[in-house]
Design a protein around this ligand. Structure first.
Ligand code: ADE
Length: 225
């Protein structure tokens, strides 16, 4: 997870304890370590959460090397799209592929496709049906806002969810053959009338609570199964 505020309701609900610090990543776990929550940590210079693909990549690497997870779930908040039926407070699970919309490498060979990412995620049909999650294609970038070109690529990606970590983590999972999915609660509407930052801040707490509620259902389903 990227933000402390997103993780707090989950840490509290599951009674997770901090078990390790791999600078800057903070690792929390339940008693038998069947559930590991790994947080990107804070930037010591700017005193803010380490949001974005750099920290997400590092976090995923640290978790895979140290804790050998059976499945990585990247959970957090995200932007949704009216044009895709998205609403504030909706919770999505990844489907089909995880893409980037801010990587453009117009060079011969495989670079164009490489830039797009298109990393695998687990088939989420059963989980989505059992826990009433929306399914959507997730597209990542290193920006809370977007450019015209980003919009064009998000449309090409058929994205329903815009966020800042999933594709980075999905790549680390792919190269290490660790199954991956992402759960994202919607704080703001990308193709709506409101300023993203304001809408994000206004809905952050509510969306983080909705995320915790769904994570509870998902983990119950996965651990019982
Ligand atoms: N996280 C929450 N809302 C977001 C958005 N609109 N873009 C990227 N990351 C987000």
């Amino acid at each position: 997870m990227a933000m402390q505020g997103e993780a707090d309701p989950i840490i509290k609900y599951f009674g997770l304890k901090e078990i390790a610090f791999h600078n800057p990543v903070r690792v929390f776990a339940n008693e038998d370590q069947s559930l590991i929550l790994s947080l990107n940590g804070t930037d010591a210079k700017h005193k803010v959460d380490n949001i974005g693909t750099q920290a997400a990549t590092l976090n995923a690497h640290i978790v895979i090397q140290n804790y050998k997870p059976d499945l990585i779930i990247n959970c957090g908040t995200a932007g949704g799209f009216i044009s895709k039926g998205g609403k504030i407070g909706d919770v999505y699970i990844a489907t089909e592929k995880i893409c980037f919309h801010d990587r453009r490498i117009d060079l011969p060979g495989g670079f164009k496709a490489y830039a797009k990412g298109n990393f695998p995620c687990i088939n989420s049909d059963e989980l989505a049906a059992k826990t009433q999650l929306k399914q959507g294609i997730i597209s990542s970038s290193d920006a809370l806002d977007f450019t015209e070109t980003d919009t064009k690529i998000m449309q090409e990606n058929n994205a329903s969810v815009k966020e800042m970590e999933a594709a980075a983590i999905a790549w680390v999972c792919e190269i290490n053959q660790v199954p991956f999915t992402a759960i994202k609660a919607i704080t703001d509407i990308v193709d709506g009338p409101h300023a993203t930052g304001e809408e994000f801040l206004k809905n952050f707490e509510m969306a983080s609570f909705a995320l915790k509620e769904k994570m509870l259902e998902i983990l119950n389903f996965l651990l019982v199964k």
